[in-house]
Design a protein around this ligand. Structure first.
Ligand SMILES: [Zn+2]
Ligand SMILES: [Zn+2]
Length: 346
C-alpha cells in the first residue's frame, strides 16, 4: 500500500509503498477514505510521543472495513466506519464503564502503531471502538470528528456542561478551537474566539463566534475577555497547549469558571507554570478532555446527521498523500485556517 512514512524524527516524511499491516485478532483492516492532518501528528513527528520508527502517522479517519479479524461480532467487510483516536482494550473497568478514552491499555493509530496516512490502517478491539456511520454522514465529516471535534464536544458538553447564554472563551482557533466555536454556538453559548491569525478569526466568525480578539504582542487578552464578556467567561478552552495560552484561558474566567484543557502540553517541554493561586481564590474548575469513547458517539452523530453540527464546514482543503506529507512538518505554526483532510486514494 502507499503510505506517508518517516524513518527518523524531524526528517521529511515521504510517500512510498509499504506492506499492508496485518489484521489483528478482534480488530479490522480499514480502507481509509479520509484522514485529518492534526497538530498531534506533528507532535509525534517532532519526537514528543514514544513511537517506533519507521512510522506512519494519522489518527483521525473514516473508511470502509476491508478485512475482519477473528472474533469480531458487530462489523463486516464493506461497513462504513470511523473510530475515536483513543481505542480502548474493551476489557478493563474503564472500557466496561463507557470510558475507553482513558483506558490504561489504549491503542492509538498513528502513535502506538502505524496510522491512517495510508491506503489501509489496522484498528484494534473493533467491537469496542468502531462506530458505524449513518448514510447521512460523509467520510470527510466523520474523519473530522475523530479527534479534534469529539474532544471539543466532550470538553464543552460533557466536562464543562456549558449552559445556554454562558460565555465560552476559546483560546486558539486552529482545528480544535474552531470545533469548540461551532459546538459552543450550537449549545447556545456566547463564544469569544482568540487567535493571532486574522484569517482564523474570520473563520471563527462564520462558525458562530459572537466576538473575536486578535492576540497581539502587547494585548492583555484576559482583560479584553473580561471586558467583552462583562466580567469573565464562564468557560474557557485552551485549544493550543502552551504555558501562555493555558494561563490566558484560566485568567479569562470569571469567579467559579470552568477551564477545559484540550491543547496538548507534552512533558518534553517541562510542565507549564499554571496560575493556581487564581484557581484557589476564584474556585475555578480545571478539566481535561481526552477524546470521546465510541459509546458516546451516537449522540454526536445524531446532531451531525440532523445538521445541527456540520464538521465538514471545518475542512478547508482536501489533498493527496504527497501533499499531506509536505504539510506535516508545517503543522507546528500553521497560518492557514481550517482543517486539511487527506484522501489517500486521491
Ligand atoms: Zn488529532
Ligand atoms: Zn480498556
Amino acid at each position: 500500500m502507499r503510505a506517508v512514512i518517516f524513518d527518523a524524527l524531524n526528517a521529511p516524511p515521504t510517500v512510498r509503498e509499504v506492506p499492508r499491516p496485518p489484521t489483528p485478532p478482534g480488530g479490522v483492516l480499514v480502507e481509509v477514505h479520509a484522514t485529518g492532518l492534526c497538530r498531534s501528528d506533528w507532535h509525534a513527528w517532532a519526537g514528543h510521543d514514544e513511537i517506533a520508527l519507521p512510522h506512519v502517522p494519522g489518527h483521525e479517519l473514516a473508511g470502509v472495513v476491508a478485512e475482519v479479524g477473528a472474533g469480531v461480532q458487530r462489523f463486516a467487510v464493506g461497513d462504513r466506519v470511523t473510530v475515536p483516536f483513543v481505542c480502548g482494550c474493551g476489557r478493563c473497568d474503564w472500557c466496561r464503564g463507557g470510558n475507553a478514552q482513558v483506558c490504561p491499555e489504549q491503542q492509538q493509530p498513528g502513535f502506538t502503531h502505524w496510522g491512517s496516512f495510508a491506503e489501509y490502517v489496522a484498528l484494534h478491539a473493533a467491537d469496542t471502538n468502531l462506530i458505524a456511520l449513518p448514510d447521512a454522514v460523509g467520510f470527510g465529516a466523520a474523519a473530522a470528528l475523530g479527534c479534534r471535534f469529539a474532544t471539543a464536544y466532550r470538553g464543552l458538553a460533557g466536562r464543562a456542561r456549558v449552559q445556554p447564554g454562558e460565555w465560552v472563551a476559546v483560546i486558539g482557533a486552529g482545528g480544535v478551537g474552531l470545533s469548540a466555536v461551532m459546538i459552543g454556538a450550537a449549545l447556545n453559548a456566547r463564544v469569544v474566539a482568540v487567535d493571532r491569525n486574522p484569517a482564523a478569526l474570520d473563520y471563527a466568525r462564520t462558525l458562530g463566534a459572537e466576538r473575536v480578539l486578535l492576540a497581539g504582542l502587547d494585548a492583555d487578552l484576559p482583560a479584553l475577555v473580561h471586558e467583552v464578556t462583562g466580567g469573565g467567561a464562564h468557560v474557557a478552552v485552551d485549544a493550543v497547549g502552551s504555558e501562555a495560552t493555558c494561563a490566558t484561558a484560566l485568567l479569562s474566567l470569571r469567579r467559579r469558571g470552568r477551564h477545559v484543557q484540550i491543547g496538548l502540553l507534552p512533558p518534553v517541554h517541562g510542565h507549564p507554570r499554571v496560575p493556581l493561586d487564581r484557581v484557589i481564590a476564584w474556585e475555578l474548575d480545571v478539566l481535561g478532555s481526552h477524546g470521546m469513547a465510541a459509546a458516546d458517539y451516537p449522540e454526536l452523530l445524531d446532531l451531525v446527521a440532523r445538521g445541527v453540527l456540520d464538521p465538514s464546514l471545518l475542512i478547508a482543503r482536501t489533498v493527496g498523500l504527497a501533499e499531506g506529507a509536505r504539510r506535516l512538518p508545517l503543522m507546528e505554526d500553521s497560518r492557514e485556517a481550517g482543517i486539511t483532510m487527506i484522501d489517500p486514494r486521491g
